[in-house]
Ligand binder design. Sequence first.
Ligand SMILES: Nc1ncnc2c1ncn2[C@@H]1O[C@H](COP(=O)(O)OP(=O)(O)O)[C@@H](O)[C@H]1O
Ligand SMILES: [Mg+2]
Length: 447
Amino acid sequence: MQPYVITIASEKGGVGKTTLATNLAIYLKALREDLPVTIFSFDNHFSVDQMFRIGEKQSPGTVYDLLLGRPLEQLVQTGEFGVQFIASSLKLAELRDRMADPGHLATCLAPAGLEGILIIDTRPDLDEFTANALYAADRVIIPVKDTPSLENTRRIYRFFEHHELSKQALRVLPCLIDSRIRYANGPFETPYQLLKAYALNRGYRLMEGFIAKSPKVESLNTNPEGRIYPVLTHGRSTEVHLQLAHLARQLVLDAQACELTRLDLWLQARDEAALRRQQQHRQRLERLDWTCLACGKAMPAAGLDAFYLEGGNGSPAGFVESTCLTDMVFASVYRSRRQQDPALAEMFLESALRGYFALTREGGQELRFCRLDDEGRILSRKPVDDGRNLFGRARSGLVPFWQQLKPDSFLLMRRGEPGRAEELLGHRAYGAFARTRELVSLQLAKD
Ligand SMILES: Nc1ncnc2c1ncn2[C@@H]1O[C@H](COP(=O)(O)OP(=O)(O)O)[C@@H](O)[C@H]1O
Ligand SMILES: [Mg+2]
């Protein structure tokens, strides 16, 4: 089973995210010694490192390496209190493009099969990094300390809606609550009661309890040793100690009750998608009869130098050898012969690798040969006044092919890399081909 991921997130800085994330790791470990607990941070401060690093040992790698795809096992170190951690990095901004896919972190985490609980501390920003941490999370704790930070919670809810993630994962937690304050007026006596009511009123779920503001806890960051001390060892007299212990108990129960974690489900979906892609690829291979549509010669299913052709509705489909197709196009479009103009033939074949060709029968009548760029935009159209060379008796293989095509449809062609044309039917390449087909359809419909 993949780890139960707890992400601590809020767009507001200074609401107690990092303090909560690091201390929770310790309380979880204290509660269940056998439970592996791992933590890392996407923030560019080094609180995690200061709290958990043992001695001055050099880190084997950082979160930067994790996001570059280095195996997690190589990066996790066992730190103080038995908490495992991955060192922080100042270079994360370099990876922003890579993080544009919110599933990137999940891709990096899944192969390791890290067990237990993973805590992710985030930056006070709903940027690509936080998005990735939200996307992988089973539980998102959103610390709020006042009404403005509560208002910000809405953006995290929106993110979940946008990505069709279950909002059941989200929990608001009032933090840095001054327990001394008592309101003289109104229905609520304390800031906690007020925030809780505001949150419930907006439809947000809350963790049980809150984290009080404590001068003692605040002082744990500041000491001559340059370390950060945990509440468990240095703040046991505070109410925060009991509050963290209570939170940790809730989270252990939640993790235990979770049968399939978000990463498990994500992996399942990814495997299913891969299987679906394989099946679709096989179907594309199976529907072809693997002879050159022009000359009828048998073609191997590998090592082709050929054009792939497909009708505007995705059918019919087949391959024509590159030389055969060049012959046909030269005869009926350029009114020349491939052998007469080898330089032009070379150019034609070369440009066919970086764009598409289409035969269209606009208005159901006139046959035209179109050249398209790599994005499927029609660049030029040439009339083909004598279609016989293309689909005449001499090229009988293409006649039934053409006849199957609806009168208003078209035939899209692309040359595959020489010796590897069959790769055009692979997931990515065929996806691009199919998208181009849709684009051509739209352009022809507009004309
Ligand atoms: N329970 C608490 N009581 C008092 N001060 C706290 C408490 N939790 C955090 N702080 C202090 O508040 C500041 C912000 O906390 P931090 O955890 O860094 O928030 P964030 O990660 O959201 O920016 C820090 O100076 C920290 O020491
Ligand atoms: Mg922080």
